[in-house]
Ligand binder design. Structure first.
Ligand code: ADP
Ligand code: GLC
Length: 530
């Protein structure tokens, strides 16, 4: 720990703070004060599942408390918390016209970094259909750019600033979080900043931190010299030593070293990231914190993703009446101007096109099936150009069987979940994956590789027992994917069995009502952590 710094002029020790200080943290009954910090949040700024998790978890935690049936008292692991979400106010949010208000006493806040002082303001909104406050960190010089993420020279500073601005906002609100829940590398410096630049502030005296790893493939690596830029130049002793020898440091590793507890987004991934195969250089340090690392499978916000109510699709359906699914298939094919034949299965893909997602396996498998079978393939994705080009090649080669949309299009993602017959997700690794859970609910059984959250959420279809929800395969090879496609097509021909498979998937419950309590238990265990 660095030596405490003196408190700035504006810091007052008012009533709220004194109360917060004296609040017994061991009071297991009281609602928790939870700060959720991240770089993405649906519906404002999204590139992948992280944004959906922040919305779903935030909204669930902030719902009214529920009564435990057994005790008649408020449930200890239920919702009903004082939860607040923190994200940057990106240009795209400002441009979207979303209604926000300037927080009084939350403007023109200066954050001092060694080489420059950066000013920000706080804007507030409520998460849609909830009472949960979102605090947007409004800092045009850092966040008014085209993308959420950039390759600009100040990328490290952009997210170091986010981490500090979260804490600065808590100070302006005089709000003492029990737990700051950091997500991925972008907010992983919060634990170290709490121990250093903010250690003087009693407001955070009892604050604990949870770092959730959504994807270990992104660690936020920067040259060691940037430690000075982000105000951690005198904290080299608290940064991973091996990296420093190589003249670099990583946000994520720093978070893993300093967060009170760690979690990741599925049970299998929690084990995988401790292995040489999946740890991406972090396996050793994760093994050394093994007892502090928990896997919690992501929840699904069925308020957003349910074919019975989804406002983004024109035809609705549920287990009681599936006719809307056939209409969605016709509408989807029509949208891509592909010929319709109810007997030809539609395979759907909605994905970031990165090496994580396993599309290289398509090369020696999908063309064979497109050549041989009466099938359709519809792809929505953006990312690495080699993958985009490959899908374009498939489209050019089989124009009556393949449809692609290059880009990010939320509504279309919902259409593909609903209008496809099979969802394709052959990931090389998958921390959790939300799309396969969405596809289950939309009656679109997924083909998945048995890894990470895919292994935890999809069970193999067994036509004899009529059990299972999809088509997992193990080996990361084109042959294994091709064999799985054959397995799917064989089962597709037995439409009676298929209907049962669809039903099994649609009956799965991955709601936050099921997954959320695990987070509450974890937060509670943290808030009593010494
Ligand atoms: P990841 O976070 O690794 O991308 P997930 O399956 O957890 O994978 O979540 C992906 C989320 O991003 C889903 O909500 C999916 O619908 C959405 N998504 C991915 N690519 C696109 C795209 N090109 N257009 C619209 N939505 C997309
Ligand atoms: C990451 C992972 C994905 C996970 C999502 C939300 O982007 O790649 O598997 O579902 O985060 O946790």
């Amino acid at each position: 720990r660095s030596s405490p710094r003196s408190s700035p002029r504006w810091a007052t020790h008012d009533c709220a703070r004194v109360l917060a200080d004296s609040m017994p943290t061991c009071d297991a009954m009281r609602p928790l004060r939870l700060a959720l910090a991240a770089s993405e949040l649906t519906p404002y700024a999204k590139t992948g599942g992280l944004a959906d998790v922040l919305l779903g978890l935030g909204r669930w935690l902030g719902q009214p408390a529920v009564t435990d049936k057994a005790t008649g008292k408020p449930s200890l692991t239920g919702p009903g918390h004082d939860v607040r979400v923190f994200v940057p106010y990106y240009k795209r949010i400002a441009d979207s016209g979303v209604e926000v208000r300037d927080l009084p006493h939350g403007q023109k806040i200066d954050v001092r970094f060694p080489q420059r002082t950066i000013r920000f303001g706080i804007k507030e909104a409520k998460l849609p259909d909830s009472d949960v406050s979102v605090y947007f960190i409004d800092c045009p010089e850092l966040y008014y750019r085209e993308g959420i993420y950039t390759e600009d020279g100040d990328e490290a500073l952009r997210f170091a600033m986010l981490s500090r601005a979260v804490l600065e906002t808590c100070q302006r609100l005089q709000w003492a979080p029990d737990v700051v829940h950091c997500n991925d590398w972008h907010t992983a410096l919060i634990p170290l900043y709490l121990r250093t630049a903010y250690s003087w502030d009693k407001l955070f005296a009892k604050t604990k931190t949870l770092l959730t790893i959504h994807n270990i493939g992104y660690q936020g690596y920067y040259p060691e010299s940037q430690l000075d830029t982000i105000g951690l130049g005198d904290q080299r002793a608290h940064v991973h030593h091996g990296d420093l020898k190589d003249k670099k440091f990583s946000f994520l590793k720093t978070g893993v070293l300093h967060a009170t507890r760690l979690s990741t987004v599925s049970i299998t991934y929690a084990k995988e990231i401790q292995t040489d195969e999946f740890g991406m250089g972090m396996q050793e340090m994760l093994r050394s914190r093994s007892s502090d690392l928990l896997g919690i499978v992501n929840g699904v916000d069925y308020g957003e993703w349910d074919p019975a109510t989804d406002p983004k699709i024109p035809h609705h359906y549920s287990l009681d009446d599936m006719s809307g699914k056939a209409k969605m298939k016709a509408a989807l094919l029509n949208r891509f101007q592909l010929p319709h034949d109810s007997r030809a299965p539609v395979f759907g893909v909605v994905s970031r096109l990165t090496s994580q997602k396993g599309f290289e396996l398509f090369a020696d498998s999908i063309p064979i099936h497109l050549q041989r079978e009466d099938m359709r393939l519809i792809v929505l994705g953006s990312g690495e150009s080699k993958h985009e080009n490959y899908f374009q090649w498939l489209r050019d080669t089989w124009p009556s069987k393949v449809g692609i949309y290059r880009g990010f299009q939320e509504e279309l993602a919902h259409w593909i979940e609903a209008g496809s017959d099979v969802f394709l997700m052959p990931s090389r690794f998958e921390p959790c994956g939300l799309n396969q859970m969405y596809s289950l609910r939309y009656g679109t059984p997924p083909i998945v590789r048995r890894t990470g959250g895919l292994a935890d959420t999809v069970q193999a279809w067994d036509p004899g027992a009529q059990t299972g929800t999809g088509f997992p395969f193990d080996e990361y090879s084109s042959q294994a994917l091709a064999g799985t496609m054959d397995w799917v097509l064989r089962n597709w021909r037995d439409q009676r069995g298929w209907q049962q498979l669809v039903k099994n998937g649609m009956s799965q419950d991955f709601s936050w009502d099921r997954q959320g309590p695990e987070y509450v238990e974890l937060y509670r265990s943290l808030s009593t952590h010494r």
